[in-house]
Design a protein around this ligand. Structure first.
Ligand SMILES: O=C(O)C1=C[C@@H](OP(=O)(O)O)[C@@H](O)[C@H](O)C1
Ligand SMILES: C=C(OP(=O)(O)O)C(=O)O
Length: 429
C-alpha cells in the first residue's frame, strides 16, 4: 500500500498555481467528442485515472483517441460507427463514468457489460438504471440492476419525461445523453440545481437543448459534431489549496484559470461566510464556462451552518470545508448532505473518523457533520479510505498539525489530481 509521511511544518503557501483540468468537464468532453463526427482537440484534459476510464471505454468501442501532452485528440466517426466491445468495460473508481456511460450504452445498438472496483461496486446505480428502463432500456445487473456489474442490451430508446428523485448531475446527464440517442423528445426536470456542464458543453458540439428553469428538453436523433475546447481548472481541486492558504498563517496564493461556473463555486461562498479572504476575477470564458483567478490570503475563520440548496454545489468540497471548520472559532453544522454517504466511500464517516484521529472534535449526523472548532490538531496516522478527497484533506491537515501526518493508500489521489503533491511542494515556502 502506498504511504506518505508529511512532516509538521511552519511553512506558508506563497505564489501561483494552475490546478489540472476540471474532472466533470473532462469526462463530458471525452464522451461528446467520442460520439461526434470529426476530430476534436481537448486542451487541458484531466489525465486523472477517472477520466482515463471514460477514454478507455470509447477506445474499446473503436474510437481513436490520442494523448498529446496535456491535450486529448479524439477522432470521432459518429454514433453509428461505434463498435461492440469484445470484453467488459472497467469503470474503475469513477461514478461519473458509470452513470454517464450507462446513459450512452443503454441507447446504442450494442451488447456491453461493465464493472467497477470495490468502491464503485457498492455505489447505487438504480438511480440511472430505473429511469433508463422507463425509456425502454434493457439493463440487468446485480440486485435487480442496482449495482455493478451491469449488462446493457442496447437499443433505440423512446423519449420520456423524467422528474428526478435525486439531486444529481450524473443522473441528469445520463438521461440527457440517452435522450439524445433516443427517438422523440426527452425532458429532464430537476428537483434542485446541480452542476450544469452537460447543458453548457453539448451545444459546443452542435447539440440543441432547451432549458426552461429546472426543465431541460432534448430532441432525440441528434449527431454531435467535433469541437475544439479548453477545459478550465477544476475548482474541486483548487478547493484544497484555497483552504490550505486560508488556514495556514501568512499565506498568500493565486490560483489561475479556474472554472467559476455558478453551479460549482459554493465553496467560495461557504469560505467567505466563514471569514476567508478570497477574491476572484472572471477574465475569460472557455465555451460557455466562466474562467478566472482566485486570490487567497490566510485569515481567521468562524463556524457556519451549511445546508439546503447549496449542498449539491459544494458536495465534493465538504471534506475540505470540514477541515477548514476545525480551524474556525465556534461550531460548523453541515446538513442535507446524505448524498455524501454514496460517494467513493461514506464521506460522513470517513471525514469524522479522519479528523478525529488527527485531534479534531467532529460528530456525524445522518445527513451531515458537526465540527466543533477551533481544535488543535496533533497529527497521526490516517487511511485515505481509498478516497482521493479524503487523502487530500489529510495532506492539507498536515499544514496545521503539530506532529506529522502519515497517510496510507495515498495513491488514490491520482483519481482526480495526479500532480497534487508536486503542486503542494511548489507553493510551500
Ligand atoms: O456530474 C458530475 O460530473 C459529478 C456530479 C456529482 O455527483 P452526483 O451527480 O452523484 O451528485 C459529483 O459528486 C461528482 O464528483 C461529479
Ligand atoms: C464523487 C466524486 O466522483 P465520482 O462520483 O465520479 O466517483 C468525486 O470526485 O468526489
Amino acid at each position: 500500500m502506498s504511504t506518505i509521511e508529511l512532516k509538521s511544518t511552519d511553512k506558508k503557501l506563497r505564489g501561483e498555481l494552475r490546478v489540472p483540468g476540471d474532472k466533470s468537464i473532462s469526462h463530458r468532453a471525452a464522451i461528446f467528442s467520442s460520439l461526434a463526427e470529426g476530430t476534436s482537440h481537448i486542451q487541458y484534459f484531466l489525465t486523472g485515472e477517472d477520466c482515463l476510464r471514460t477514454v478507455e471505454a470509447f477506445r474499446m468501442m473503436g474510437v481513436k483517441i490520442e494523448q498529446d501532452g496535456g491535450a486529448l485528440i479524439v477522432h470521432g466517426e459518429g454514433i453509428t460507427r461505434l463498435n461492440e466491445p469484445s470484453s467488459p468495460i472497467n469503470f474503475g473508481n469513477s461514478g461519473t463514468t458509470a452513470r454517464l456511460m450507462s446513459g450512452v450504452l443503454a441507447g446504442l445498438p450494442l451488447f456491453t457489460t461493465a464493472f467497477g472496483d470495490t468502491s464503485l461496486s457498492r455505489r447505487p446505480m438504480d438511480r440511472v438504471v430505473a429511469p433508463l428502463q422507463e425509456m425502454g432500456a434493457d439493463i440487468t445487473g446485480r440486485e435487480g440492476g442496482s449495482l455493478l456489474p451491469l449488462a446493457f442490451n442496447g437499443k433505440k430508446l423512446s423519449g420520456y419525461r423524467h422528474e428526478l428523485k435525486v439531486k444529481s448531475a450524473q443522473v441528469k446527464s445520463a438521461l440527457l445523453l440517452a435522450g439524445m440517442l433516443a427517438k422523440g423528445k426527452t425532458e429532464v426536470i430537476e428537483i434542485g440545481e446541480t452542476r450544469n456542464h452537460t447543458e453548457m458543453l453539448l451545444p459546443e458540439f452542435g447539440v440543441d437543448l432547451d432549458i426552461d428553469g429546472r426543465a431541460i428538453t432534448i430532441e432525440g436523433g441528434q449527431q454531435p459534431k467535433a469541437s475544439d475546447i479548453r477545459v478550465p481548472g477544476d475548482i474541486s481541486s483548487a478547493a484544497f489549496f484555497i483552504v490550505a492558504a486560508s488556514i495556514t498563517p501568512n499565506s498568500q496564493l493565486t490560483i489561475r484559470d479556474v472554472g467559476l461556473n455558478k453551479t460549482r463555486i459554493g465553496i467560495l461562498y461557504a469560505l467567505e461566510k466563514m471569514g476567508a479572504a478570497i477574491k476572484t476575477d472572471v477574465h475569460t470564458h472557455v465555451g460557455r464556462e466562466p474562467v478566472g483567478d482566485i486570490h487567497i490570503q490566510s485569515s481567521n475563520l468562524n463556524g457556519i451552518t451549511l445546508d439546503g440548496e447549496i449542498i449539491p454545489n459544494v458536495i465534493d468540497e465538504i471534506p475540505i470545508i470540514a477541515l477548514a471548520a476545525t480551524q474556525a472559532e465556534g461550531t460548523t453544522i453541515i446538513k442535507d448532505a446524505e448524498e455524501l454517504r454514496h460517494k467513493e466511500t461514506d464521506r460522513i464517516e470517513a471525514v469524522v473518523d479522519t479528523l478525529n484521529r488527527l485531534g479534531a472534535n467532529v460528530e456525524a449526523l445522518k445527513d451531515g457533520i458537526i465540527i466543533h472548532g477551533k481544535s488543535h490538531l496533533e497529527g497521526g496516522v490516517i487511511n485515505s479510505y481509498g478516497d482521493h478527497r479524503i487523502g487530500m484533506m489529510g495532506a492539507i491537515a498536515s499544514l496545521v498539525t503539530s506532529n506529522h501526518v502519515t497517510i496510507h493508500d495515498k495513491d488514490c489521489i491520482n483519481i482526480s489530481y495526479p500532480t497534487f503533491f508536486e503542486h503542494l511542494n511548489d507553493v510551500l515556502c
